[in-house]
Design a protein around this ligand. Structure first.
Ligand SMILES: [Zn+2]
Length: 229
């Protein structure tokens, strides 16, 4: 089954730049916004559109898009005349804060915590259709990842959203970070001393310096799970 060809408005919240690059690469047919922190994700999930417009505007000023201030601002505002995110994907473990904490609470600020689920639930509550929390921390390295072991293959329906929380995903090589695999010479196939061929351990003849989460595949799983009911 194919992911619907309709362009979706997607937010991906992930600290690692390779995972954000993977989002733009694997969800290229959609409108993808990425951010790196809980705090930015928090704002983008339910603050007024104006806030989003200003963020876009700041991003634009930091890029090579060369346009007058008023034009850039107008364009940013126009781009935010969007319905709510169709899709929200995020990481599980993120540094939190600063938030409005008292002295007792301050000691937790900026610590890495398993907070992705709260972003996911808010996304579902606010109207996203497909939501996922995907951690690259393996179950042996963190108890919060181990807690997902039993949920990995289950698709929840929460407030009408299809929701997946998982530590199982496929890596995808990031474009332009690849080099030809020396072991197979880029063919993806190797030959053992007895003359029979086997698949090389590289990625189809390439070795990638950077890899990220295959968010495109996660979206396909969510769409398919909905169709299966
Ligand atoms: Zn190879």
């Amino acid at each position: 089954m194919q992911v619907e060809k309709t362009e979706m408005n997607i937010l991906v919240i992930d600290f690692f730049s390779s995972n954000r690059a993977a989002a733009k690469q694997t969800l290229a047919e959609h409108k993808v916004t990425v951010c790196r922190s809980y705090r930015d994700g928090d704002r983008l999930l339910d603050t007024p559109r104006y806030d989003i417009a200003m963020q876009k505007h700041l991003e634009r000023k930091c890029t090579s898009e060369n346009m007058p201030y008023h034009e850039a601002r107008k364009k940013s505002l126009a781009e935010t005349e969007l319905p709510y995110w169709d899709v929200v994907f995020c990481d599980l473990l993120m540094r939190v804060g600063p938030m409005e904490q008292n002295a007792e609470g301050q000691k937790y600020v900026n610590q890495k915590m398993a907070v992705g689920w709260s972003l996911a639930l808010r996304a579902a509550k606010n109207g996203a259709r497909y939501v996922a929390v995907v951690t690259q921390t393996d179950c042996d390295s963190h108890p919060a990842s181990a807690m997902l072991d039993d949920l990995n293959n289950h698709y929840f329906t929460i407030d009408g959203a299809q929701v997946l929380m998982t530590n199982k995903f496929t890596w995808v090589g990031i474009d332009d970070t690849e080099r030809v695999c020396e072991k197979c010479g880029g063919t993806g196939k190797r030959t053992n001393p007895y003359g029979s061929q086997y698949d090389c351990h590289c990625d189809g003849g390439n070795i990638y310096a950077e890899r990220g989460k295959d968010w495109g595949r996660i979206l396909k799983q969510l769409v398919d799970s909905e169709k299966k009911g």
